[in-house]
Write a protein that binds this ligand. Sequence first.
Ligand SMILES: [Zn+2]
Ligand SMILES: [Zn+2]
Length: 264
Amino acid sequence: MSIALTDYHVHTPLCRHAEGTAKEFVEAAKRAGLAEIGFADHNPMPEHFDDWRMDYAELPRYFEFVEEARSLGFPVRLGLECDFILGREGWIEQLSGMVEWDYLIGSVHYLESGWDVDNPKHLFRLTDDSIESVWDRYWRLFGQCVRSGLFDFVAHPDLPKKFGHRPKGDLRRYYEPAVEALQEANLAFEINTAGLRKPVQELYPAQTFLELAAQASVPVIINSDSHAPGEIGAGFETALMQARNAGYRQVCRWCGRQRIVVNL
Ligand SMILES: [Zn+2]
Ligand SMILES: [Zn+2]
């Protein structure tokens, strides 16, 4: 494994669908040969919002978890995976001012209120007839998320393929505007290896997206989206190979919301 690599998309049990102690995550990062680990749990909302994130009152416990990890003598970054929801941008701004984050990740999970596109309970809504409009809506939001100026990088670019559904035809019609937005906003995106562990069994994003992004010199980071210590660094060899094949020779890190570029 390249010593340049870090894992910046790691969840904690506070989100109610992850497991592991701070020590177990740090030990796993050391075992995987990573240079740093960064926690980025699902952001709380001011009200109780859904069943897969910490409540706002639990945020201090999240900071304690990260502090505990930091006390173990390994580089630990503090991040947050923030849901980009139209009309709720002010809340992300509020969160961003609360503590000294190393980075904020922007994610589009919600296509509309109550419809998180990666949640298997909405799988019935993904049909041959609907998939085109699902992708249209998703990528429009993705572009808005990129251009919002709220985030340091965006997560799992082509998430709606999670269960294996894709519209017909050349998907560059979705990738090209997304890559253009990233380039114009000077924003990074992640190669997320969780897709390898989902029904689609491939990285987010698709190789064609990666190639377009590399050609446009859009900065990248490789992350696992771990919800357990055993997933830290999972699939990184595959991600590294595909990143190199696409033309990438560098990855990013963050400290205090400053982007640092590291050679692979
Ligand atoms: Zn999660
Ligand atoms: Zn996510």
